[in-house]
Design a protein around this ligand. Structure first.
Ligand SMILES: [Zn+2]
Ligand SMILES: [Zn+2]
Length: 208
C-alpha cells in the first residue's frame, strides 16, 4: 500500500526492539551489574532449546538441554556477553540418511548496547546496525545470538561417519551394512536371453 508507506518515517526507530519476557530462559537480567563498567556476573545454567533451532538437515531438538557458561560484563557502551553454549544435535546423514546425533559447543560473544549508547556504537561500527542488539529494560535476549552461532556451526552435510559410503544406487541399502563385495550383476542382455532359453518354460519376455 503506497499510501501508508509514505507515512513511515525514514528514520529507523529503536522502539521496534521487541520487549523481552524475563521469564523466558534465554532472557538474561543485567540489573545487578548496575552499569558499573568492570562489574561482572557469571551465568551457569541449563535451559531448554527454543523451537526451530538449526537447519533442515540437522537441528537442536526442541526443549533439549542447552548448557550455558556465560560472562556478563559491564562495559562503557553496554553489556558484553562472552561464553559458550553446549547443545545436542539431531539430524540425518547426508549420504545414507541414517539418524545422526551429536554434541555441539558454540562460542558466543556479543555486545548488548545501552539504548542511549546505540547511536555511538553504530557510528563506530560504520553504521552497519542491522544486527545491533540493545538492552531492553536491562534485559538481554540471547536467542538471536544463539541462533546465529548454532546455524554457522552446524555442518552443511551431517555424516554418520566421515567414511560413510552412502546408499547402493541399485537397491538403496546402506553400503556400510552390506558385504564388501556387494554388487548387482549387470547381465549382458544377450546372455540373459540365452539363459532364458535354457529354462523351461521360458520366462515371459517383457522386452518391447
Ligand atoms: Zn551415513
Ligand atoms: Zn545394492
Amino acid at each position: 500500500m503506497p499510501a501508508s508507506r509514505a507515512r513511515v518515517p525514514v528514520m529507523k526507530t529503536r522502539s521496534a526492539a521487541p520487549r523481552l519476557d524475563p521469564r523466558q530462559p534465554l532472557v538474561l537480567d543485567t540489573h545487578e551489574l548496575g552499569r558499573r563498567p568492570g562489574s561482572m556476573r557469571r551465568v551457569h545454567a541449563t535451559v531448554p532449546a527454543p523451537p526451530d533451532l538449526g537447519t533442515p538437515v540437522i537441528a537442536i531438538p526442541t526443549r533439549s538441554d542447552v548448557g550455558l557458561e556465560l560472562r556478563l560484563e559491564s562495559v562503557v557502551e553496554g553489556v558484553l556477553v562472552t561464553g559458550t553454549a553446549a547443545l545436542h544435535t539431531s539430524g540425518e546423514c547426508g549420504r545414507c540418511l541414517e539418524p545422526v546425533t551429536g554434541e555441539l559447543v558454540v562460542d558466543l560473544q556479543e555486545l548488548y548496547a545501552y539504548p542511549e549508547a546505540v547511536t555511538r556504537v553504530q557510528q563506530q561500527a560504520g553504521g552497519d546496525d542491522d544486527d545491533e542488539l540493545v538492552l531492553v529494560d536491562e534485559l538481554l535476549g540471547l536467542e538471536p545470538v544463539l541462533r546465529d552461532a548454532v546455524v554457522l556451526a552446524l555442518p552443511m552435510t551431517p555424516l554418520c561417519n566421515e567414511n560413510c559410503r552412502g546408499l547402493c544406487p541399485q537397491c538403496g541399502e546402506r553400503l556400510d551394512d552390506l558385504p564388501a563385495d556387494h554388487g548387482h550383476e549387470q547381465v549382458d542382455p544377450r546372455w540373459a536371453a540365452l539363459a532364458a532359453l535354457q529354462t523351461s518354460p521360458p520366462a515371459p519376455e517383457k522386452e518391447s
